[in-house]
Design a protein around this ligand. Sequence first.
Ligand code: DAH
Length: 441
Amino acid sequence: MTKLFFKYNRIVISALHRLKYSTVPKTDSKLSINGTEFVTDDYTNVTPKILSYLNRNLHLDKGNPLSMVRQRIVNYFYSSFTHRGSPDFSVYDNLSPIVSTKQNFDDLLIPLDHPSRVKSDCYYVNRSTLLRAHMTAHQSELLRSGLDNFLMIGPVYRRDEIDSTHFPIFHQVDAVRSQRRDQLFPKNEDLELFEPTFDPTKPHTFTNSISDPTKQSCHTLEATKLIEHQLKDHLLGLIKVLFGDIKYRWVDAYFPFTHPSWELEIYYNNNWLEVLGCGVVRNEILAKAGPNNSIAYAFGLGLERLAMALYKIPDIRLMWSNDSGFLSQFQNKDLNAKITYKPVSVYPQCTNDISFWLPGHLSIDTFMSNDFYDLVRDVGGDIVEQVKLKDKFEHPKSKKHSLCYSIVYRHLERTLTQAEVNRVHKEIETAAISAFNVVIR
Ligand code: DAH
């Protein structure tokens, strides 16, 4: 799932490259995606199925667990980092997933023979265009547009097996926070971002080495250590907001676009679970795309992993479920509520509606839906999966109010027959009549 495959170092690269590289020749033709025509070539491997997910945007679906985690992360960054009352970070959550190989790889210093580029791992539209494999693909363009603090959120696409923890589309939050000398060291005018041997106005005259594991050769140790401290502090703050007190550890990592780099793992379900990658942005990237007088941290995290751990969702495929038994566990819930997913039965649902006129002394606004929900659960028991208000109506002449609820029935261990459901439904109607004095329509 959130396999951080950008982390491989050069030693494993060529072996993997030989192993995974394969081309399926294709004749030139055109492919239309979201209204734009692309010429296909021997790299084209996007499938109609994958393209059909393109505008789905689960991360923006209110009531989807991914969207809830997204919103909590955004809220954390909005509220924790402000300047004169307005948020430091801006959020981009609707960027087109169709990107160039330059955006996805070259701009991020990912070498030509890096395994993350291979056809067997990416969805290529053609040799120069692909469905982004990580949200970091937008880092350079947003820096170039003048932004210094931003979050990029959206689906990413990687060819993968499909099982309970892998799906070829998953969602990431990627971020950059950059600071000038006066922002990083507001009180210490004698501290510098860059070593005296490096002239930030002429970055090309300097070979920025990453052979020292603690820092890039252009940066001072003080600047690197302080930004590392901020990065880890900000990310641990986020993890605390989401999980409360949880065991965690930092692991040294390698990414072509950051140095030094780390991964954060949390202890969950008796296992160490990798939830994000991060580091100090390579100065070559900043110097080329953004301001040459800043140092920046960046990170990328996977929403699926966080949502699965947070809500104890056992299967990544559930995120795509349209089953109301799944969705109703997250819809209309307080964002910070502690939700623990309850398994949905594999047996089919059966939905019956109930409509009634309220007695004269009650109106749509004074009738307590929660009382009705309790009654339904009391009478229907465990086979009631969900009750939802479907419709409200006021009769134009009599001014009487009527309500319609849908009741979804499902058994955990077997398929319910319609006759059986009708019997329970009838009992609910009878109970509602005597409890609330309603008239069934
Ligand atoms: N893009 C990386 C991946 O998907 C994750 C990542 C690591 C993003 C470090 C970053 C970063 O922005 O600084 O494997």
